[in-house]
Design a protein around this ligand. Structure first.
Ligand code: F6P
Length: 369
């Protein structure tokens, strides 16, 4: 028989995404309804692993009052980090070097010492892989899928994605008129890591003429030809959406920084590269707009907010049902549970037979292939 729950912890890891606060509020409310207490760990697991950094406490009690009225707010009230993997924690050595250290036992010890019975871990692939490993070590864990990139497997979507796509679409809507007025090529770089979901969905919704995604290595000749075709038809401007992880056929991805201990490489810069090449090859004026972290900010759309509220309450129901090692997931229209094992370390890329891609092709969008 599983041990009764009295106290749970919640943590948010990886890049922030609109909807995190809604998950926190939902989890705290659903837990309180069952007489459970919820604590929030600051900045992923750093609140436990680096208590010296938190003079007011690295783990904080989340009461109903504390989470009232936060569902519509961007960010996360407990903070997040993408530099705090407890299995690969960077520990400074006396000689000034940094050692990759497994500090996962410190997490388990803390939970035991503080009488915390279970963890709700809200995050993307990295955080859910950590959640799965903690579950394997005996911690009761339920994961909640978050990422603006929508690159998590086994869920119809992640919260944060719809907000990012809606904002990027609005930006494209605005760029049409200025691009047309100046007869320019406008290149819009969006986040998404190694998946092209944001670029694809926003690009098609926002009427982009070319969309370059990591799943389809591009040949710039095709985009140059598309611009030429449009010019010949008297449509003297072109909008190109480029995913940060897109790469040319025989070329490299654009990187801002290499990977370091517990932190993945930083992508970025492909938009500038594409804009410069297109300007040189077409003789047209080209400008680049990097949407970057703007995609992660602001209030969640109602879709993301509702998904986040559903996910947070479902996580508590999963714990109540005695489950562990599962992720709440949207199997439209229902929320279901899937094993973290099936999610951890698996990226959901845009499949070649994806109908949204087909939609773009039928609309005449150039994908650089
Ligand atoms: O995973 C979400 C994401 O927004 C990616 O699209 C992007 O590459 C990354 O985070 C950037 O994260 P940060 O600037 O916080 O390191």
């Amino acid at each position: 028989m599983t041990q009764a729950i009295r106290r749970i912890a919640i943590c948010t890891g990886g890049g922030d995404a609109p909807g995190l606060n809604a998950v926190i509020r939902a989890t705290v409310s659903a837990a309180a309804n069952r007489g459970w207490e919820t604590v929030g760990i600051r900045d992923g697991f750093n609140g436990i692993l680096q208590p010296e950094r938190y003079p007011r406490g690295g783990v904080t009690l989340l009461t109903r009052d504390r989470v009232r009225g936060i569902s519509h707010l961007g960010g996360t009230i407990i903070g997040t980090t993408n530099k705090g993997n407890p299995f690969h924690f960077p520990v400074a050595q006396p000689d000034g070097s940094v050692r990759d250290t497994d500090r996962s036992d410190d997490i388990l010890d803390y939970f035991k010492r503080e009488g915390i019975d279970a963890l709700v871990s809200v995050g993307g692939d990295g955080s859910l892989t950590i959640a799965n490993e903690l579950h394997r070590k005996g911690l009761r864990v339920v994961g909640v899928p978050k990422t603006i990139d929508n690159d998590l497997d086994k869920t119809f979507t992640t919260f944060g994605f719809d907000t990012a796509v809606s904002f990027a679409t609005e930006c494209l809507d605005r760029l049409h008129s200025t691009a047309e007025s100046h007869q320019r090529v406008m290149v819009v770089e969006v986040m998404g890591r190694y998946a092209g979901w944001i670029a694809l969905h926003a690009g098609i919704s926002g009427g982009a003429h070319a969309i370059l995604i990591p799943e389809i290595p591009y040949n710039l000749d095709k985009v140059v030809a598309k611009i030429g075709e449009r010019d010949a038809e008297g449509r003297m401007y072109t909008l190109v959406v480029v995913a940060e992880g897109a790469q040319p056929h025989h070329g490299e991805r654009a990187l801002l920084a290499p990977a370091e201990i517990g932190h993945a490489e930083r992508l970025g810069g492909i938009g500038e590269r594409v804009a410069q090449d297109l300007a040189r090859r077409t003789g047209k004026d080209a400008r680049v707009v990097v949407l970057g972290h703007l995609l992660r900010g602001g209030s969640p759309t109602s879709f993301d907010r509702l998904a986040a509220l559903r996910f947070g309450t479902a996580a508590v129901r999963a714990l109540e049902e005695g489950l562990s090692g599962v992720m709440v997931s949207l199997a439209f229209p229902n929320v279901v549970y899937v094993n973290l094992e099936e999610v951890a370390g698996r990226m959901k890329a845009v499949p070649a037979d994806c109908d949204t891609l087909q939609t773009g092709r039928d609309l005449g969008v150039c994908f650089g292939d």
